[in-house]
Design a protein around this ligand. Structure first.
Ligand SMILES: NC(=O)C1=CN([C@@H]2O[C@H](COP(=O)(O)OP(=O)(O)OC[C@H]3O[C@@H](n4cnc5c(N)ncnc54)[C@H](O)[C@@H]3O)[C@@H](O)[C@H]2O)[C@@H](O)CC1
Ligand SMILES: Nc1ncnc2c1ncn2[C@@H]1O[C@H](COP(=O)(O)OP(=O)(O)O)[C@@H](O)[C@H]1O
Length: 584
């Protein structure tokens, strides 16, 4: 459902970083609270009461918006209704109590139970005693008020799997309380079917979908959705602490707008990660400065393997975006077949033949930052170049960005137990080395399957850092950044950016920012680069607070770019815009 402006504004980007926690940590926070003598059922009642109030408010906002849009107002006030789907755990307990409080507030409610045998029994022997008792207490409290309910397993949707759209339970709001942070395996049987039915029924009737704590099917600690199946929420009411999984991998796509319901104070637990949504302010340039004040980026990539078309575009994109961040000088060491193309799209850059090894080494010595690997190629000749230039960059104490084919060669060096990996790891303890794989590249670096990386991206990025040293970005929806041992999640970016060359653009932003010594550590670090890149992508598809008019490069006509068709070459203009906004 399209959410009204008031709701999106409530959840709009704030510049304050938000701490993210995994399930284990949230359970620990709860336990610490109970250890102080607070009652767990009391907390559940508090949670449900606050969520019920929030749902009433959200529904009023949706209703007001719908009315103002309708040509002929229907002034008849109808009783609002909610269909609450509950599972057997405490998340289900929250659901029962929300139904109870909404009913008390005059709503018409209908509870659909899943995996619950009858009114007085939960059927999961694995559940802890206290968890069962809280969920059961909640259930009994709702049933004592004659809360209407039915078992999903008895419904037509479940009985006749092929006709699941036949019955759509009418309700204004669909509330998902099937699973919370306790989900630890793929929903099967009636649970699986319930998630499918919930989504299709809610979509069919256009209900507002509210997830309790986390959309069911989404794993709080990883952002993974088992078998692609989870509740598609418009709004997630996140209890106690913001869950890591809401913001990375599948999380962003299933959670909708996230609203915090903090409930209890806590301070002593180190978060699993920090969510970044906005860039740091950039200090304006000093009047009395020259190009040398803003660094020299050397881009090493854009090769042409004998007989192939080559990958000159990668180097062009990296250098264009480095320039867009304000780097003072750019030299591109690429195959000479691309020098003409490069200069016609970026006349500000200098070029050198990638294969003139001594000259490139000489340039490495004078550059401030070396970005290596974009379109470098994966053949033996490219491997020799990579090894030689990497050694030169280390020997000359350069800030390094390694991406794309450079990562492929690193993985090969690691497989060969080449001592350059040990050297790199040691070097990165005292120098800035940034490595920016996507999941496929991370899989190569760790010699694992891509699915193993995707199932636990946080663990993958930590493993990369342990083996190779350095600061890392694991790219994708909700990119992870591991810098100086701290994990961050980029809360900006969109699926339009899933297109060729976007990673090359990111390398250029990292290189361009790191080259600018007039910016302090807060302003020119890896996190800042990832966020600027993502905000630029969002700006182009009008998904950010940095919206600006975009113009067609050739015709000069105003453009309305959507996610489909966003191109990497659109990015440098947007990056310039974000840089300017952050400087204001
Ligand atoms: N009293 C408390 O501690 C509070 C808990 N709260 C709620 O409690 C939730 C966590 O409760 P729980 O720990 O009971 O977790 P869940 O409500 O997510 O349920 C976990 C139960 O489901 C089972 N399960 C996991 N995956 C399954 C699958 N695929 N198929 C079938 N069964 C599966 C588990 O074995 C476990 O028994 C939070 O998300 C939050 O909604 C809130 O009420 C705040 C207070
Ligand atoms: N769905 C998405 N949401 C947010 N950001 C995305 C999404 N898909 C891709 N991106 C971003 O776009 C960039 C793509 O990089 P990469 O896969 O390396 O592209 P390429 O190899 O073609 O240059 C990364 O920064 C990534 O985080």
């Amino acid at each position: 459902m399209q959410l009204p402006m008031q709701i999106t504004a409530q959840c709009s980007r704030s510049s304050l970083p938000i701490a993210l926690y995994n399930s284990k940590q949230v359970y620990a926070i709860e336990q610490a609270w109970f250890a102080q003598g607070y009652d767990s059922f009391g907390l559940m009642q508090q949670a449900a009461w606050q969520m019920a109030q929030r749902i009433i408010l959200l529904y009023q906002q949706v209703k007001t918006q719908a009315k103002s849009k309708a040509k002929h107002h229907n002034h008849k006030v109808s009783q609002p209704s909610a269909c609450v789907w509950v599972g057997q755990g405490n998340n289900g307990g929250d659901g029962w109590l929300i139904a109870h409080y909404l009913q008390q507030a005059g709503w018409q409610v209908q509870v659909i139970t899943v995996g619950i045998e009858n009114d007085n029994q939960t059927n999961d022997s694995q559940n802890s005693k206290s968890a069962i008792s809280d969920a059961l207490k909640a259930q009994r409290m709702a049933l004592d008020m004659s809360c209407p309910h039915q078992r999903f397993e008895d419904m037509h949707q479940y009985q006749n799997k092929n006709a699941r759209l036949d019955i759509a339970l009418q309700a204004d709001v669909y509330i998902d309380a099937l699973f919370g942070i306790g989900l630890d395996r793929a929903p099967a049987n009636s649970y699986k079917q319930a998630i499918v039915s919930f989504n299709s029924a809610a979509q069919q009737i256009g209900a507002l979908v509210v997830a309790v704590d986390i959309p069911s099917g989404l794993v709080a600690s990883t952002g993974q959705v088992f078998e692609g199946l989870a509740i598609q929420a418009d709004i997630t009411l996140c209890l106690i602490a913001r869950k890591f999984g809401l913001h990375t991998k599948d999380g962003m796509g299933f959670s909708g707008k996230v609203i915090d319901i903090p409930l209890i104070p806590f301070a002593s637990i180190e978060p699993a990660a920090i969510l970044l949504k906005d860039g740091q302010h950039l200090t304006p340039r000093c009047q009395n400065s020259y190009k040398g004040s803003y660094g020299h980026v050397l881009v090493v990539g854009g090769n042409r393997i004998d007989g192939s078309q080559g990958m000159g575009g990668a180097a062009i994109l990296t250098s264009s975006s480095a320039m867009a961040t304000g780097a003072g000088k750019i030299t591109v060491a690429c195959h000479q077949a691309f020098h003409g193309a490069l200069l016609s799209s970026l006349p500000d850059a200098m070029t050198i033949d990638l294969h003139e090894q001594e000259s490139v080494e000489h340039l490495i010595k004078s550059a401030s930052v070396v970005a290596i690997g974009m379109g470098l190629g994966r053949d033996e000749k490219a491997k020799i170049l990579f090894t030689r230039y990497l050694k030169a960059a280390i020997a000359h104490n350069k800030t390094l960005i390694i991406d794309a084919d450079g990562l492929y060669h690193l993985a090969a060096l690691q497989r060969d137990k080449n001592e350059l990996i040990t050297q790199l790891r040691e070097y990165s303890k005292t120098h800035n080395v940034c490595l920016t794989p996507h999941s496929g590249e991370a899989a190569k670096l760790l010699d694992k399957k891509i699915s193993a990386i995707e199932n636990d991206r946080s663990s993958a990025i930590h493993q990369c850092a342990n083996i190779y040293g350095g600061n890392w970005v694991l790219k994708g929806a909700g990119s992870l950044i591991l810098a100086q041992g701290q994990l961050y999640v980029c809360g900006a970016g969109n699926a339009g950016m899933a297109t060729a060359g976007m990673g090359d653009i990111l390398s250029g932003v990292v290189a361009g920012l790191l080259a600018q010594q007039d910016l302090n550590d807060e302003q020119n670090n890896l996190c800042q680069a990832v966020v600027i890149h993502a905000l630029a992508g969002d700006m182009l598809v009008r998904q950010s607070s940095y919206d600006a008019t975009t113009y067609d490069r050739i015709s000069g006509n105003q453009l309305l770019i959507g996610q489909r068709g966003l191109q990497a070459q659109d990015m440098p203009a947007a990056i310039r815009h974000i840089m300017q906004k952050l400087t204001c």
